[in-house]
Structure formats: C-alpha cells, structure tokens
Ligand binder design. Sequence first.
Ligand code: GDP
Length: 429
Amino acid sequence: MAAQGRCTVIVGCQWGDEGKGKIVDVLTEGVDIVARYQGGANAGHTVHVGEDEFVLHQIPSGILHDGKRCLLGNGVVLDIQQFFEEYDALVARGIDLRGRVGVSERAQLLLPYHRLLDKAVEDTAVQKIGTTGRGIGPAYEDKAGRRGVRVVDLGNREQLEKRVRIAQERVCRRLEQLGVATTEELDTAMAEALGLGDRLLALATDVGRNITSALLDGKRVLLEGAQGTALDLDHGTYPFVTSSNTTAAAAATGTGIGPTSIDTVIGVAKAYTTRVGEGPFPTAFDPKMDERIRTLGGEFGATTGRPRRCGWFDSVLARFAAQVNGLTGLAVTKLDVLDTLHELQLATGYRMPDGTVIDGFPADTWSLSRVVPVYETLPGWEEPTGEVRKLESLPANARAYLDRIAELANAPVRWVSVGSKRSQIIEVA
Ligand code: GDP
C-alpha cells in the first residue's frame, strides 16, 4: 500500500499511543526511506508481523521491511545503549540491518547522566510531569542550553571528553542539590555508552542531504513522528508535554529538509482517546467504562507498562491537530475496540467554567482541566469489524461514526485500522 505523496509525515493527533507504529508499518511498503525526527526512547512502537511482536523505541519500525533505509534525524535524542540494544536484538531475530540504518551527525546524545537526573527530578518534583524517566527532558535541556554532546563529537576524543566532563559535573551538582548521591554506577554506564561511540560513528550521516537527494531521485520518504500533538512542547497541554516538537513542521527541522519538500501529512487518531501520564484529559471515561476500554484495547504503555486513561473521541483536539499539523488526511485506528458498544459519544466542544462553549483547544491547561465536554451521541454498530477490508463493508453505524469524525476534525479519513495485524487495514479511496 503506497503512502500518499512523495514525502509523507505521520503524526499522532492525540496524546501519543495512537497506533502510529502500525500505520507507519503499513505505509512503509510504498517508500524507500523512513526517518524519525524527534523524541527519544520514550516512544514505544509496537508492531505485529505474523505471530511476532516487535517493540521499537529508537529505530524506525520501517526496519521490519526488507531493504528500507531507516534514519534518525538531528531532532532526536539518541540513547546509544538503548539504540544498540535494539539494533542487536533485531539482528538476533534475523533482520538484516547492513547499510540500512543511519543516524544524523547532528543528533544529540542521551547519556546515562540524563537518565539519572530525569528520575531524580521527577521523584522529587512537587508537580509531576509523568515522564518516562528515560532522560529525554534533560537531554533536550542540554541541547537548548548548548551544552549537549552530538554524534559528530564522538569523532574528536579530546573535545568529547571536555564536553562530557562539563555536562556531567553540572548534572552531579544538581543531583547533590536534590539530595541524590551519584554512584560509581554512573561512571561504569558512561564508559559503556562512550565505548559504543565508534560503532555509532560508523552509522553517522548527513540525514537532510540523504533525504533531499533521495527525493530528487524520485524516491519516496516517510517521516515518522513520536508521541502526539497534545504532547508537543509548544502546542500541547504545557507543562504536561514532552520536550520536543511532535507536530508536522518539526519533521523538516528535525531531519534537515525544507518544509516545501513535504507534500502529505497523515494524522493518526484512535477511534477513542487515551492519555498516559499526568495532565488534563477532558473526555475521560467514568471508571467502569475506563476499565472496559482499557481491557478491550490493551491500553498499557509499550515503554513503561503504565495503564493508560481512556475516554471518548475528542473532536476539539482532532480539529486542533488538523490545524497545527496541516493534515491532508486521518488514519483512524482501533475502531474494532468499540465494536461491542451500544452507543458512542463524540465531544464536539468544551463548556468552560463560566458556561460558554468553545470549539477550539485552549492554550490554558488549567482551564482545560476544568472544562466539561459537550457530547453528541451516536448509535454503536455492535458487530465485529476486524475482518472488514473495504469501507463499504463496514456496518453503516461505523461508517457514520467515521464520517462524523472527519467532518468535525476537518480532515478526510484515509485509513481505518481494525486490528493490530498489518492486514487489518482499510484504505479509503
Ligand atoms: P504508537 O506509539 O502510536 O505506535 O502506539 P502503540 O505502540 O501504543 O500502539 C498501539 C497498540 O495498539 C499496539 O499494540 C498495536 O498493535 C495496537 N493496534 C494498532 N492498531 C490497532 C487496531 O486498529 N486495533 C487494535 N485492536 N489494536 C491496534
């Protein structure tokens, strides 16, 4: 199944975990290169190939397709140990990676001290963000603070040692302030991480140039986002967000191509909504329904195993995602999870504490935690959809539900996923 367009971005429309991995996996068949442009090992994509399950955190899930080239752009923070753990695990399972993986010379390294600091800060915080404790936030802080270490630095030992020493000493001082003791373990982990430097350097490349020349040669490219729109550092539910821009424009800055190279942006949205971690979630279900959908949808984090909060489809958020990302289409996933419901609700707007109804996504996270969604009720279809492969073959009520989502979100539905397998997908003509 070919991706629409020559250069396609896949973004999450909600709070992440929308099933982007599955959509990327399906669309990869029609492209030559798949690249990640932001985030770190906090993004957990789960992909099912036959009976096998693969959980990928750093390497694009396109790697599961023979011959595709997979790149990590400058916008990612690269955890060397995690990266090679994943790399070696793929090789051990028989995936041929030779000449297929490249990392940007400009990508930031996520080093063991970042993980230590992330955990210490979250453990001692008064207002927890709900981070995955993988060091992503501190690594991006170092990037913005211009004290980060980049892949290219691994080629200059003297410079590298100096930069690492400065950054590590700073982290240790902060840990001391937080009352957390640093241990010898950190030195061991640092030696292990930096010991992998030459191996990583061998994969280093100019990602922007690679992609640009591939596009000029008529090849097709997929740029794979991690997390979701509501977790974007600027546009999400700040401060309960991730430390990078997750939205489509970041696909250009995070790989080193111009924004005009991108011609298609597909937003992935679950047929309902989930949220992991802290922060407001307007359409959250009542506890009984929450439990039911969590079980039916297997809503537990791929990276942390944390149970996800579940709720009704939120069109306010989807509409916002369509605007911020300039969506050319939607991929609606996990429709099958709703198969047994008698009735469904769609949030069309939010009632503010003063009684006014808004249809835009508020910047004020505090207000968002106090809004009451305005719901529209639609009949359920109460039929299994997992075997359906054509839009016309979906139950009429399921089609009506999808039509209403497209109308409210202001974006056409291009794909509908009805199960976790690669084959369980409907392409809308
Ligand atoms: P991502 O980070 O956005 O890729 O999301 P996850 O890795 O958390 O993926 C969501 C989970 O849902 C994975 O276990 C997928 O195999 C599964 N999944 C994806 N699409 C569907 C679908 O249409 N139906 C069902 N039942 N499961 C799906």
